[in-house]
Design a protein around this ligand. Structure first.
Ligand code: NDP
Ligand code: 8X3
Length: 252
């Protein structure tokens, strides 16, 4: 029987690439995001190409009641979630503390921290009931070291790091694996979102070196999920070869 993965933020970047990778590995996929048109397009493509079942679910992870309703009303056949990938997230702005927008800060906190908590809190009881499951959280190198003007984005990813460690301890008796993947710079829609459509700022982030691609991170997520039941990768930092940590790059 096919396994089931639920991927948040599957309309672009890492999440979309993960949906493709997991579908290719014969997982049935619950794909989520706010953009219904993109989810429908991806669902059609994956069903046609890989012959697996795809369930698109449109919700904003910031909206607590919608998140819980979406998970609680899943058809029974979709409730056996083997892998939850908490990937939905964003940065908004890159400004010094005194200039940064409070609204942007709140959106990042509500999405990257509270959204991850809502989805996890809704899915974990299903995993506990089966005494089995794997949660993969997307952190960041920004959650390992802070960088200039990263302030609240970095803080949200430090929170993902802490929540992942805490989940791993608390869920241990229920045989639930928890993996945190912390990528460095990756060329997705991330910087377009961060710089609010300013394409030249987004392009500049990836100039002078080869950034990670979404498929690189998707490969890693599938690898982590494919290990034997007694093996868990707890914490994994992956950067472009030209990036040593959150702040040090070698650009040519
Ligand atoms: P993208 O912008 O390409 O994808 C982000 C995804 O998150 C989209 O599918 C988007 O879907 C979804 N999303 C954002 N906000 C919400 C929301 N409120 N509710 C539901 N879904 C939401 O970026 P990446 O693929 O790069 O980012 C994925 C994750 O990886 C994020 O958590 C990011 O912080 C992290 N990360 C990114 C790195 C990078 O350099 N790119 C490096 C390290 C970590 P939609 O708009 O349809 O809702
Ligand atoms: C995304 C990578 O360096 O832009 O988490 O924060 S970075």
């Amino acid at each position: 029987m096919n396994k089931t993965v639920l991927i948040t933020g599957a309309t672009s970047g890492f999440g979309k690439a993960m949906a493709e990778k997991f579908a290719g590995a014969k997982y049935n996929c619950i794909i989520t995001g706010r953009r219904a048109d993109k989810l429908a397009e991806i669902a059609n493509k994956l069903t046609t190409e890989y012959g697996v079942d795809i369930l698109p679910l449109v919700f904003d992870v910031q909206d607590k009641s919608t998140v819980f309703n979406a998970i609680e009303t899943l058809p029974e056949a979709w409730k056996t979630i083997d892998v939850l990938i908490n990937n939905a997230g964003l940065a908004l702005g890159k400004d010094s503390f005194e200039d940064a927008s409070l609204d942007d800060w709140e959106t990042m906190i509500d999405t990257n921290i509270k959204g991850l908590l809502y989805v996890s809190k809704a899915v974990v009881p299903l995993m506990i009931a089966r005494q089995s499951g794997h949660i993969i959280n997307l952190g960041s190198t920004a959650g390992k070291d802070v960088y200039k003007e990263g302030n609240v984005y970095c803080a949200t990813k430090f929170a993902v790091d802490a929540i992942s460690k805490s989940m791993r301890i608390d869920l241990l008796p229920n045989k639930i694996k928890v993996t945190a993947i912390h990528p460095g710079a990756a060329d997705t829609e991330f910087s377009n979102v961060r710089f609010k459509g300013d394409g030249s700022k987004a392009v500049a982030v990836y100039a002078g070196y080869s950034p990670l691609q979404a498929i690189d991170v998707a490969d890693i997520a599938l690898y982590c999920a494919s290990l034997p039941p007694h093996v868990c990768i707890n914490d994994l930092v992956v950067t472009p070869t030209a990036q040593a940590n959150a702040t040090v790059f070698h650009k040519e």
